[in-house]
Design a protein. Structure first.
Length: 368
């Protein structure tokens, strides 16, 4: 296949890729670099400070300042291939509509792969922001304003800030009066995949987030992605393969890499996704038949304790509602009327009585 067709096919895949990507260049990532990605690494500019503006004196000119842009090496360490068999057609006889369909599919599949890894890179390199309690309709806007304050103090440009949210958080935003929905945005933002704005953030909905992630706040100035075709897309004959007869394949290789610089500007709101463990001990209480329970770590603000005692009590599941069979405990009082050798399950619950942490201890009661 001629070079001209390879270039055309690669461009068709790139168009589909750009359209399908959730984490788009210019919105989440920048693609500024120097060098050749096919060589395995490139140099990326890191804007540490802004250009200083000072007064101009007609006789003396202006003070000479030094730029604050440095360069870091970015590895192009991802290498992915498209290599799909088209049976029954040589490269010269493949129908145009079949080629178009497979190129479209290649762009879609590459977008899925790029988005999945891109989200993981953002999560792994972000600074944890906020507590582990899930956001609610009552506090979601306040949390966005706190992120806005944090970014402003860090000097993050106001234009271009993004917030990648889960479908659950997006649902909360849809019910927030201050949320600016997509139909109120300009066409350019909509084409870039932005589905709304709030507190100065462009909202992008993503289903690739880890189960512990609710939001990633950032700016594309410090989120880098570089990609290129190492082998441009082509429809190649498999005549010389030794295995396939009268067949061809859509083939191509794309290399890419990610890097996050100035990690303090990338903020991650995490939530608890599984039951955590409490350290529970039991010692003889003050009165006969009483036990003194000690729990670490300390109770999280807004939560409370529930307890259950039996010879072999069942442990709760994450976010199980702990009402039936459980007793309220204030965390300090001796527990009276217990039986030596039984077990106590201590559960830390939220305001909805949902289990978040638990621990178990064999009961030690004071004897006569």
């Amino acid at each position: 296949m001629g070079h001209e067709s390879q270039v055309r096919y690669s461009k068709l895949v790139d168009v589909k890729l750009r359209n399908e990507l959730v984490l788009k260049d210019g919105v989440v990532f920048n693609n500024r670099y120097e060098g050749d990605p096919k060589a395995g690494s490139v140099k990326i500019p890191v804007r540490d400070t802004e250009v200083e503006v000072n007064r101009y004196n007609r006789s003396k000119g202006a003070n000479l300042t030094e730029g604050g842009t440095t360069y870091e090496t970015m590895l192009i360490d991802q290498d992915e291939a498209v290599n799909e068999l088209i049976d029954g057609y040589t490269a010269q006889t493949v129908p145009d509509n079949l080629v178009a369909d497979r190129l479209d599919s290649a762009g879609y599949s590459l977008a899925l792969s790029l988005d999945a890894l891109g989200m993981k890179v953002l999560e792994d390199n972000a600074t944890i922001f906020g507590d582990s309690a899930a956001l609610t309709k009552d506090n979601v806007y306040e949390f966005f304003t706190k992120a806005r304050t944090k970014h402003s103090k860090l000097g993050v440009p106001k234009v271009g800030r993004f917030a990648i949210v889960t479908p659950e958080v997006f649902e909360l935003l849809l019910n927030e009066p201050k949320f600016l929905a997509a139909d109120k945005l300009n066409e350019a933002l909509i084409k870039q995949g932005v589905i709304g704005q709030i507190a100065g953030y462009n909202i992008i909905e993503c289903t690739y987030a880890d189960e512990t992630t609710e939001i990633i706040f950032g700016h594309p100035n410090w989120c880098h992605r570089v990609k290129d075709w190492k082998v441009p897309v082509a429809v190649n004959d498999l005549k010389g393969s030794g295995n396939f007869i009268g067949a061809s394949a859509v083939q191509g290789r794309q290399v890419y890499g990610y890097k996050v610089t100035k990690k303090q500007t990338l903020l991650r709101k995490k939530v608890q996704a599984q039951l955590e463990t409490l350290n529970v001990t039991s010692a003889a209480g003050t009165n006969a038949g009483a036990t003194k329970i000690t729990v670490t770590p300390a109770l999280t603000s807004g939560n409370s304790y529930k307890i259950k005692m039996a010879a072999n009590p069942t442990n709760p599941q994450f976010k199980q509602v702990c009402t039936n069979g459980y007793t309220v405990w204030n965390g300090t009082s001796n527990i009276e009327g217990v039986t030596n050798g039984n077990k106590v399950v201590v559960v830390e619950v939220n305001s909805n009585n949902e289990a978040l942490k638990y621990g178990v201890a064999a009961i030690v009661a004071k004897t006569e």
